[in-house]
Design a protein around this ligand. Structure first.
Ligand code: AMP
Length: 325
């Protein structure tokens, strides 16, 4: 892991200390890491500076309510805000800041850098999760933590590292997690229900994918899922994002992607995962991005479906060729 210049923690703390109004945002279509990070940081700032007005913004997702509630804010009442953006590298994917005027940005993110540049910028793809970065920030400054904050951060880390299976899990990830568990006496096994309880419909949907996934000679798996299937199995459009992680460690697959039609929004949502080939460069050509081994994209034209499949198959072929050398 690249050594982090600890001066970044001091810079972020100084900015937080100097503002009375702080808005904490994250990406659209949030996952547990994004919500856990913003709720944990909001609570930590409020605990440390009870007089500050701190808001965690963006569309709420009912299934992540266990992490804490989000805030509705009238931006007309905010005149001098610090904006903190978490878990997102590009302005176009920041949720809920339209109409907000801000003077400085703190950025904390573990995705590859894009157009957001923070006044204090803590960007590092070495981290498993943004929650791990927020925990590091709190541990290295005078920001305070309590058991609820520690639980949120633990859930964010476990979720985004896929239970410490993803390649960006580092020794440091475990060090942070051990500290959270020890210092705040977390009953961590009890917390797993929040992340891993699933419906039988979800299992049946996963079985459908297993039975219908096409696998190429290059160890690339793909499937097109239409609205009819989503309806038939009683799941929703966010379910493929959850189920896709269960396809890791299948011998016959080096990368796999689910392309889900969302008729109402007239797009195809693409989830891509890999355990070798780098996929985010392909995703970025199709209105997407993400990490080297976990990416997503949004396709508007059906003619691009065959193209993204061909491009991903190609990176799998290249990866196999290198492996065989
Ligand atoms: P998902 O498959 O939706 O769970 O996303 C996997 C990763 O890719 C996450 O880190 C997302 O932030 C990122 N990602 C997903 N969709 C997009 C997109 N349209 N543009 C940029 N990054 C994305």
């Amino acid at each position: 892991m690249t050594i982090i210049n600890k001066d970044i923690f001091r810079q972020i703390f100084k900015l937080i200390k100097s503002y009375d109004e702080i808005v904490i945002a994250r990406h659209i279509g949030p996952d547990p890491d994004a919500v856990a990070s913003q709720v944990a940081l909001r609570e930590s700032i409020k605990l440390t500076f009870p007089n500050k007005r701190v808001y965690a913004v963006g569309a709420g997702v009912s299934k992540f309510k266990y992490l804490g509630s989000l805030d509705r804010v009238d931006y007309n009442s905010i005149t001098n805000a610090l904006l903190i953006v978490l878990d997102v590298p590009n302005f176009i994917r920041v949720d809920g800041i339209e109409g907000l005027t801000y003077n400085d940005i703190v950025k904390i993110d573990h995705h590859p850098k894009e157009d957001i540049e923070g006044t204090a910028d803590f960007t590092s793809s070495d981290y498993s999760s943004t929650a791990e970065m927020v925990a590091d920030l709190i541990f290295n400054t005078k920001l305070e933590m309590d058991k609820n904050i520690a639980e949120c951060l633990f859930l964010g880390i476990v979720s985004d590292s896929e239970r410490f299976l993803f390649k960006n899990t580092q020794r440091h990830t475990f060090e942070v997690v051990v500290k959270l568990i020890k210092d705040y006496a977390l009953d961590f096994v009890a917390l797993y229900d929040h992340l891993y309880e699933k419906s039988f419909n979800e299992c049946r949907f996963e079985a459908y994918i297993i039975n219908n996934l096409k696998i190429t000679d290059n160890k690339f798996g793909y499937i097109l899922i239409d609205d009819k299937i989503i309806e038939e199995y009683g799941v929703d459009h966010s379910t493929p994002s959850v189920v896709i992680n269960n396809f890791n460690f299948i011998k016959e697959l080096n990368a796999w992607c689910f392309i889900t039609r969302d008729e109402r929004n007239e797009i195809y949502k693409v989830n891509i995962r890999s355990r070798g080939p780098v996929i985010n460069e392909v995703a970025s050509r199709y209105n997407g991005g993400g990490h080297k081994f976990a990416s997503g994209a949004r396709i508007a034209k059906s003619s691009d479906i065959d193209k993204i499949i061909a491009d991903l198959d190609k990176v799998c072929e290249e990866y196999l060729n290198i492996e065989e050398r």
